[in-house]
Design a protein around this ligand. Structure first.
Ligand code: MRU
Length: 336
């Protein structure tokens, strides 16, 4: 995987050859972004199967390792989704070796699927963008956050790189870990897509000034009454509604968890050091009290549309989407 903590200073690919190395990479956010976490989680199950087989441990030990892995980052549903999928596949195997093989097959399938799904999200969402549009985005929902291509940024990439539209992006820096300035700005510059970096708190002024045509973000979990995404998303949504600016959410169906609602989801709280330091630089008193929720919830009424691999849905269509998912037709047709 690309070590995302080092970007944009250094591009380094790291290998996680043990479950504990992978868990460290997830916790430290060397790999991050909901869809990337799903695939990382699936490969984590592969590593767990390998280690359990090598040490002749019981299936109980595997179950425990898998549960711990799934809960490392609790807000994005994708990590537990990926872990669960690979674990269910592993259970199809009889011997420890067969379990490893089955999990590996499933993880590789998810790797390929993610790219396909992202490309479809790109095609479906690009229809919402007009030539000349200015799009505001938050955090990083690009290829770094997925296996490749990206969800929210994937839509912008499709519109620009495949359809030749001129799109300008305002990338919010996304404090405290700066996924916007470190990752989104880096990705867009690499693609030659015009990007302007802004402080998170500048979004209200820019929307009030009338220079933003739409807001486009990813999601960590879509539930029946709204969606969770990187802290700061909710404030952009409220401001967008105040100024009648469309607010779009791009996410694969694997991010939809429509049987749950806001109250059922745990918002990850991260360490105080993320606010007290920038890199090694201390920017706040060491003994100050800190709250650091990593995600926030945006109610459905602020969302203009969800863009998925199966099409574009208005929030009021989510019920139909839930029925389709329940009927197991994630691969079937859903009314758009
Ligand atoms: O804490 P992170 O960096 O994993 O949070 C990521 C986000 O909030 C993204 O917007 C979301 O996962 C969508 S990624 C396609």
């Amino acid at each position: 995987m690309i070590d995302q903590t080092l970007l944009p200073r250094e591009f380094k690919v790291i290998e996680c050859r043990t479950l504990s190395a992978l868990k460290e990479a997830i916790l430290k956010m060397r790999v991050r972004g909901a869809p990337a976490l799903a695939v990382a989680g699936a490969f984590g199950v592969v590593l767990a199967c390998k280690e359990i087989a090598a040490s002749s441990q019981s299936q109980e030990a595997l179950k425990k390792a898998v549960a711990e892995l799934a809960n490392l980052r609790p807000t994005a549903v994708n990590l537990s989704y990926g872990v669960q999928r690979a674990f269910s596949a592993a259970l199809r195997g009889g011997t420890a070796e067969e379990m490893f093989e089955e999990a590996l097959k499933e993880a590789k399938k998810m790797l390929a699927e993610d790219l396909e799904v992202n490309k479809k999200i790109g095609e479906n969402g690009a229809k919402l963008l007009k030539d000349g549009d200015v799009v505001l985005t938050h955090c990083n929902a690009g290829r770094l956050a997925c296996v490749g291509w990206g969800t929210a940024l994937g839509i912008i990439r499709t519109a620009v790189l495949k359809e030749g539209k001129r799109i300008h992006v305002f990338a919010c820096e996304t404090r405290p870990l700066n996924q916007g300035s470190r990752l989104t700005a880096w990705e867009l510059l690499k693609d030659g897509i015009p990007v302007t970096l802004i402080a998170d708190s500048a979004s209200a002024k820019l929307m009030r000034d009338g220079v933003v045509d739409c807001v486009l973000v990813g999601a960590d979990r879509v539930v029946k009454d709204g969606f969770f995404n990187k802290i700061g998303t909710y404030m952009h949504a409220v401001i967008a509604k105040e100024h009648s600016i469309p607010f779009y959410v791009a996410a694969p169906l694997s991010s939809f968890d429509l049987r749950r609602s806001e109250k059922d989801v745990k918002v990850e709280e991260r360490g105080k050091e993320e606010l007290i330091f920038v890199g090694r630089e201390q920017i706040a008193p060491l003994n100050v009290d800190v709250r650091n929720p990593a995600f926030d919830f945006t109610p459905l009424r602020f969302v203009s549309a969800f863009v998925t691999e199966k099409g574009v849905f208005r929030p009021e269509d989510l019920e139909n989407l839930e029925k389709s998912i329940q009927n197991g037709s994630q691969n079937g047709s859903i009314s758009v």
